[in-house]
Design a protein around this ligand. Structure first.
Ligand code: CA
Ligand code: CA
Ligand code: CA
Ligand code: CA
Length: 249
């Protein structure tokens, strides 16, 4: 199983330093549940999304605060835009569930469809694996795994958002019609926002841009979220734009 080779197993109980510094950012009500693949709907463009948010990791040492809120908020936003959304929150976001849900996303999308993938949780730059996300049971899943999995997708309109530390290598996903919004660079951190934000800082401003500030594109919302995040926190948000023109949700 080539997939497993890219995942480091010995992480339990001892994450290298530099895991999400102070937490994530997130907050807001949300609803997220699994959605279907939109069968039986109008002949409009098929829109499908997978949203993952992990605040509650195995044990208490690595728990974050608003990543589950981030996921619910992204799910609600995307549903409002007509996406069929599957969510994996906290303990649901295991390695095997992430694998099967990414496979579902691939099966649910075809050329011409619009796809979104959002993740909020720990990010870590492993010496060998590069930028990785962390599953709820503390497995690292590297950017290479994502590049491999999404290489079989047919859509040329895919939005990715990673609200996690040291996640900059995910820029590798940003080719052929894919736009990647990241809350960090390969060595920088991101943070949970204040209680009034109740979201990760990056997610808070990204959704603020889309829901309250009049931005309608991934690119515009990123510029706003980057500016707001970097002007108030020690963050370096990054993006990779492989989508020609503006990606509208
Ligand atoms: Ca926990
Ligand atoms: Ca597919
Ligand atoms: Ca930046
Ligand atoms: Ca673009």
């Amino acid at each position: 199983m080539p997939i497993v080779m890219q995942i480091s197993v010995g992480v339990k109980g001892e994450l290298p330093d530099g895991i999400r510094a102070a937490g994530g950012e997130k907050g807001k009500p949300g609803g997220g549940g699994g959605g279907g693949s939109g069968g039986g709907s109008e002949p409009t463009t098929n829109k499908v999304a997978l949203v993952i948010g992990i605040s509650n990791y195995d044990g208490t040492r690595y728990d974050l605060q608003y990543c589950d809120d981030d996921a619910r908020d992204w799910a609600n936003y995307l549903k409002g835009k007509g996406y069929s959304v599957h969510t994996l929150i906290d303990g649901q976001a295991t390695l095997s569930n992430i694998e099967s849900e990414v496979a579902w996303l691939d099966s649910a999308e075809n050329a011409g469809d619009e796809v979104a993938f959002c993740y909020a949780g720990h990010g870590i730059k492993d010496r060998k694996l590069g930028s990785c996300i962390l599953t709820s049971e503390l497995y690292q899943v590297s950017y290479k795994w994502f590049v491999d999995k999404f290489s079989t997708f047919s859509s040329t309109e895919i939005f990715f958002c990673f609200d996690a530390c040291q996640i900059g290598d995910m820029r590798g996903l940003g080719t052929n019609g894919r736009f990647v919004a990241m809350a960090s660079n390969t060595n920088s951190y991101c943070y949970d926002g204040t209680s009034s934000m109740s979201n990760g800082v990056f997610t808070y401003y990204y959704l603020d841009a889309l829901q309250n500030q009049g931005y309608t594109t991934a690119e515009g919302a990123f510029d706003y979220a980057e500016y707001k995040s970097e002007s108030t926190y020690n963050m370096d948000c990054t993006s990779a734009d492989g989508y020609t023109g503006e990606l509208v949700f």
